[in-house]
Ligand binder design. Structure first.
Ligand SMILES: [Zn+2]
Length: 154
């Protein structure tokens, strides 16, 4: 990176950290020629997916985080690690078509749609986290909805 003081392109990175809620990497560099320190920001060229959180905050979409959520919902269920990864990848692809900014509610719903076709127990578990179930009645209601939709499909 060209030094703003002496135009040398020889530098070393002295510090590197995440910036902009993980959407960028901030690097502190030092010119090897004149010792001037300057900062660069590195971003993914592909438009990053941004999650608009319920709290009003924004953060980078991280597929591994989504996969972890699905994995935990599918724990002890006949849904293999590869299926979880494939599901996360598939969901990310569909989100990218809508992006670049999506609410966490939209993402949660997309997961629910896909997960339901894979495993209904994992679906209900994910729904319980996503919808913030607090009482056993919440589960009963969700399962009632599942059953009802099944009836409608027949
Ligand atoms: Zn320099």
């Amino acid at each position: 990176m060209r030094c703003p003081a002496c135009s040398s392109v020889e530098d070393k990175v002295v510090d590197s950290r995440l910036a902009d809620d993980g959407l960028a990497i901030r690097r502190r560099r030092e010119c090897l020629e004149c010792g001037r320190r300057f900062t660069t920001f590195e971003r993914v060229e592909e438009a990053a997916l941004v999650v608009l959180k319920r709290s009003g905050g924004r953060e980078a979409f991280i597929r591994a985080k989504l996969a972890a959520g699905i994995r935990s919902a599918a724990k002890n269920r006949p849904v293999g690690a590869e299926a979880v990864e494939a599901l996360a990848a598939e969901i990310e692809e569909s989100l990218r078509l809508e992006g670049p900014e999506l609410t966490s509610a939209t993402i949660g719903l997309r997961v629910l749609e896909r997960l339901r076709a894979v495993d209904e127990v994992a679906y209900v578990r994910f729904a319980s986290v996503y919808k913030g179930f607090e009482a056993p009645g919440d589960f009963a209601r969700e399962i009632g909805l599942l059953t009802k939709r099944d009836d409608e499909r027949q």
